[in-house]
Design a protein around this ligand. Structure first.
Ligand code: NDP
Length: 335
């Protein structure tokens, strides 16, 4: 404990009365940290779409105020009362409540239960682990689900929506690495070449996957899909996958409604597979991370990463909510 700083810096979201909130950088004393089995000296966190919602006080994500956002964190254990995690160990933190109900990673110090900590996966270093973070973990789950539902590289093209986003770009990279023909959907015309460099065979515009014809089924175009957009984009994908195809749904940046008929399900035998990264068991989480460090290992992760100091995170929050960010934003924290 004695080596721990008396003060630490964090990004705090607070209640400001009348259902409003304020958010910004604070210097707190160590005594203000919530209780936990261990204290992590955070080296890096990241900016996920969910973190941006938390940073703006969204009541569906910021489940407790005051809150430090940041669902991803890696760092070094600085103090521990747990026999399972030792001081000096490098760990990643993963838990549904981290950065939502309990203080997360946008902080020099994080106080967490020992069971939220995982060793840095074999084959990855600290920076690679946080670069992948929840986005890479979720993309890997989506790809695993496609494989589980029999979508193989020779089944036909797989479409990825929100392709320049965190989940999207890793889905593109993973599918390409595994030999799939990837069709990337993006709203960023200036990122076409960037997506092709990441492994997309073709890049199409958002409007291409936003059918408003009202037809219950569309020509079968894809063997599978990874969707982080939701809404009409998701129904377009479901109406346009081929017989026996699978669509994995993990996100809602484009909407939460799902207005469609049962026809694609009962006439084409397609699957809609939901993906939830937050509530996976420890066993499943370890298996996914093992894969990310092994057979799913991606080279040159920093090519999709932008580094931002904690003090400047506010500007990136606004940009990700406007859908302007491409790739991953790594929050630099450790001194
Ligand atoms: P990002 O903001 O990094 O990526 C989202 C991408 O979606 C954007 O870059 C943009 O890509 C596209 N997009 C943004 N707004 C719209 C819009 N209005 N219509 C269509 N496309 C849009 O977010 P993440 O990758 O962190 O997360 C993506 C989604 O997945 C979020 O909804 C998030 O909450 C969810 N998520 C869910 C998880 C789970 O466990 N279920 C885990 C992780 C994320 P482009 O410009 O290329 O089209």
């Amino acid at each position: 404990m004695s080596d721990l700083p008396a003060q630490f810096t964090c990004f705090l979201v607070e209640n400001a009365g009348r259902e409003s909130h304020r958010a910004g950088i604070h210097s707190l004393s160590r005594g203000e940290l919530p209780d936990g089995d261990l204290i992590l000296a955070v080296k890096y966190s990241a900016l996920n779409y969910k973190d941006a919602l938390a940073a703006t006080g969204h009541s569906g994500v910021a489940l407790q105020l005051p809150l430090v956002p940041g669902i991803d964190a890696v760092g070094v254990v600085a103090a521990s009362t747990s026999p399972d995690v030792s001081v000096g160990e490098e760990v990643l933190v993963k838990a549904a409540d981290f950065g939502t109900r309990q203080w997360g990673g946008w902080s020099e110090l994080a106080s967490v239960p020992a069971e939220w900590c995982y060793p840095i996966p074999e084959g990855l270093d600290l920076l690679e682990t946080v670069t992948l973070g929840t986005a890479g973990f979720t993309a890997a789950q989506c790809v695993q689900q496609l494989e589980r539902h029999g979508v193989r590289p020779d089944s036909g093209p797989v479409v990825v929506t929100g392709a320049t986003g965190g989940v999207g770009v890793f889905a593109v990279m993973l599918l390409h690495r595994l030999g799939y023909e990837v069709v990337a959907v993006t709203g960023k015309a200036d990122r076409r070449d960037w997506l092709i460099e990441r492994g997309a065979a073709r890049v199409v515009e958002r409007e291409d996957v936003d059918d408003r014809s009202g037809r219950p089924m569309l020509a079968g175009r894809w063997a599978g899909a990874v969707d982080s957009v939701g809404g009409n984009t998701l129904t377009t994908l479901l109406r346009g996958v081929k017989n026996g195809g699978c669509v994995t749904a993990c996100g809602l940046v484009g909407g939460v409604d799902l207005a469609m008929t049962v026809y694609p399900f009962i006439l084409r035998g397609i699957t809609l597979q939901g993906v939830d990264s937050a509530n996976t068991s420890r066993e499943v989480s370890e298996a996914v991370w093992r894969r990310l460090g092994g057979e799913y290992r991606l080279a040159d992760l920093q090519a999709v990463a932008t580094h931002v100091p904690l003090a400047s995170i506010g500007e990136s929050v606004s940009r990700i909510l406007r859908g302007e960010i491409a790739g991953r934003t790594i929050v630099e924290i450790g001194r």
